[in-house]
Design a protein. Sequence first.
Length: 202
Amino acid sequence: MALTKINNNTLSAVTTLPSAIAVGSMIKLQTQTASSSSTITFSSTYITSTYNRYIITMDSLNCSSDGGNITADISINNGSSYLSSVANYLWIRGYSNTGGNADVWKANMGDAASSIFILGSGIGAGTTAPETYSGTLTLLNTNSGKGKLIQVDGQFLGNGGQLVRQEVNMAHSSTSAINNIKFAPNTGTITNGTFCLYGVIK
């Protein structure tokens, strides 16, 4: 089998790779660091028609309000309005924690959520170390003419010191392309943490 070699003399000069070299399926598009932020928003500059699936990682988040929570909302017009103003989200949420609640699922579902549950939904979030949250949000069908599906997975140390595992599945009936997502606390600010947006190659 013939070998394909890179002809550039230095790695810094490499602009393309031979087709035989595999590349990752996730492309980092933007990183934002919260610092007493009232919102964190990824706009249409980064959420485009290029990808149909986007993943947002959230690392070491804290809120300024003890027992508070963080939610998100998606937009089809780059933030001029958000889908919660058009119709509510369908939702199923499950969580377990070391404080005694094991796999709370059945009673945690409905069709009238006004935003996407991220942190502190069911168990309040904490404000200081070692209390913290990390997880991922996946946007599915972002550019398809089908309903929008959202999945959130994460774990955190709550304001009572308990370890909490959380999984959230949500859906919205909009069939328009998503091009914006906004994260916000229910009160106060997101004092710290990092949000990274990735596009997933088909």
